[in-house]
Design a protein around this ligand. Structure first.
Ligand code: HEC
Length: 257
C-alpha cells in the first residue's frame, strides 16, 4: 500500500546526490541575490525605508504626483547627493520645472553629483543629465515601467523561472512527502505564481491594488522554494525512510550508494 512510485534520494547513486546538492546550493544563493535585487531596486520609491506595496505601485504603475527624477532621488539615487541639495531639486520640480531656475540652481548640482555617470559618453543607457533637454525627460510625470520594458522583463522571468523550478521540482520529486497532494502542490505553486506575478505587473498599471497580487505571488513562490529546498537537502543527507516504506520497496536504504 505504501509502495513508493518514485525513487527516493536514498536509492540514488552518490554522484547524483552530490549533483542535486550542488545545484540546490547555487540556486539557494541565486534566490537570495534575487531577493536583494528586488529590495534595492524598489525600496524607498515612496519615501519609506521599507519595501511597501506603494513601492511596487510606483515601479510598475508610476507615480501620478511624482516624476522619474523624484522617484530615483527618493530611491536608488538618494545617496548620490546631500539631503539639502536634493531638496533644491524637489523644490524646482514642485514649482513647475522652470528653465531659468534649472540653469541657476539645478544644473550645478547635477554637474557636481550626477554627470560622472549620467552622460552619454560614460553610459548611453542611463538618462542623460548633462543638458536641460535630457533632464526634462526624467522630470516629466512618471508613468512607471513602460510596456516594452515589462515585456522584456516578463519573457526573461517566464523562461528562467520555469527552468529553475523545473530543476528544483525535479530534485524534489525524489523526496518522501505524505500526503502526496502536498508534494504536488509545492511543485505546482511556483508555476502558477509566476503567471499571476507577471500578469499583475501589467494589471498594476491599470489598477494599483494588483501590487498586492505581485507581493502575494512572490511570497507563495518563496515559501514553495524554501519548502522544496529544505526538504530536499534534509532528505538527501539526513533522513531515513520509515521502515515499512523502505521494506515495501524491497530495497534497503543505502544499497545503491
Ligand atoms: C555612480 C554612478 C551614478 C551616479 C553618481 C548617479 N547615478 Fe543615477 N543611475 C545610475 C545607474 C547605474 C542607474 C540605473 C540603475 C538604477 O536604476 O538603479 C541610474 C538611474 C537613474 C535614474 C533613472 C531611474 C529610472 O527609473 O529610469 C535617474 C532619474 C537618476 N539615476 C538620477 C540621478 C541623479 C539626479 C543623480 C545625481 C544626484 C544620479 N542619478 C547620480 C548611476 C548613477
Amino acid at each position: 500500500m505504501n509502495k513508493l512510485s518514485f525513487t527516493h534520494f536514498t536509492y540514488l547513486p552518490m554522484s547524483m546526490r552530490v549533483l542535486f546538492t550542488m545545484v540546490l546550493l547555487v540556486f539557494g544563493t541565486g534566490y537570495l541575490m534575487a531577493m536583494i535585487q528586488v529590495w534595492v531596486t524598489h525600496v524607498g520609491l515612496d519615501g519609506k525605508p521599507f519595501l511597501t506595496a506603494k513601492d511596487l505601485m510606483i515601479a510598475y504603475g508610476g507615480n501620478k504626483e511624482g516624476t522619474k527624477l523624484e522617484s530615483a532621488l527618493r530611491g536608488p539615487m538618494a545617496s548620490m547627493l546631500p539631503a539639502e541639495k536634493r531638496e533644491v531639486i524637489f523644490t524646482w520640480l514642485h514649482n513647475g520645472s522652470k528653465a531659468d531656475e534649472f540653469t541657476a540652481k539645478v544644473d550645478p548640482i547635477l554637474k557636481e553629483h550626477c554627470v560622472m555617470c549620467h552622460s552619454p559618453s560614460v553610459n548611453p543607457h542611463l538618462p542623460d543629465l548633462t543638458n536641460h533637454e535630457g533632464v526634462m525627460k526624467v522630470a516629466a510625470v512618471d508613468t512607471g515601467m513602460t510596456v516594452p520594458t515589462l515585456v522584456r522583463v516578463s519573457h526573461i522571468h517566464l523562461f528562467s523561472i520555469t527552468f529553475i523550478f523545473f530543476i528544483t521540482g525535479f530534485i524534489f520529486t525524489h523526496a518522501y512527502i505524505q500526503p502526496v497532494w502536498v508534494k504536488c502542490l509545492a511543485i505546482a505553486v511556483p508555476f502558477l505564481t509566476i503567471l499571476t506575478d507577471v500578469g499583475s505587473w501589467y494589471l498594476t498599471k491599470i489598477w494599483e491594488p494588483f501590487a498586492w497580487v505581485v507581493i502575494g505571488s512572490g511570497a507563495l513562490m518563496g515559501l514553495s522554494f524554501a519548502f522544496m529546498w529544505l526538504t530536499s537537502m534534509y532528505q538527501l543527507w539526513f533522513y531515513t525512510l520509515p521502515e515499512n516504506v523502505a521494506e515495501e520497496e524491497g530495497k534497503l536504504p543505502g544499497v545503491y550508494r
